[in-house]
Design a protein around this ligand. Structure first.
Ligand SMILES: [Zn+2]
Ligand SMILES: [Zn+2]
Length: 117
C-alpha cells in the first residue's frame, strides 16, 4: 500500500495523509516532536487528522489558515480524561498550538513555521 511505511519508530507516512484524497505534507520537525511526545507519554499516539487539503479542511470546519494545511499539525486521539496531562506534556516539549477537543476525543498539536520555510 502506498505510503504504508515507517517514517520514524512510531509513525507511518499514511497516518498523516489527507482523509479525503491521500495528499500529504509533513514537517520533519512535527514528526520529531510527536516522537518526543510518544516517548514522554509512553503509550501509542493515534493520528486522527494530519495533513488536510483545502476542501477537506473546509469540510471538517477547520480554520481558514489552519496549520493542518501545510503539514504542521496533527490531531491525536485522546479521551477527555487524558487531555490535560497530554496537553502539559506537549507544552513542555514545545508545541506552539495545543488545543483540547474535549468530548470530540482529540488533542490538536501544531508547531510554528520555521524561518527557513
Ligand atoms: Zn484531501
Ligand atoms: Zn487540528
Amino acid at each position: 500500500m502506498i505510503n504504508d511505511f515507517r517514517l520514524s519508530p512510531h509513525f507511518k507516512l499514511c497516518e498523516f495523509q489527507c482523509r479525503c484524497c491521500g495528499a500529504v505534507k509533513l514537517s520533519p520537525k512535527l514528526l520529531d516532536m510527536l516522537e518526543e511526545l510518544r516517548a514522554e507519554w509512553g503509550a501509542p499516539l493515534i493520528v486522527t487528522s494530519g495533513f488536510r487539503c483545502v476542501p477537506h479542511n473546509n469540510a471538517v470546519g477547520g480554520a481558514l489558515r489552519s496549520t493542518h494545511l501545510d503539514g504542521r499539525a496533527a490531531d491525536v486521539f485522546a479521551r477527555p480524561a487524558a487531555q490535560l496531562s497530554l496537553r502539559r506534556a506537549a507544552e513542555l516539549i514545545g508545541f506552539s498550538e495545543v488545543i483540547c477537543g474535549g468530548k470530540r476525543n482529540y488533542i490538536h498539536l501544531a508547531i510554528e513555521r520555521d524561518a527557513s520555510e
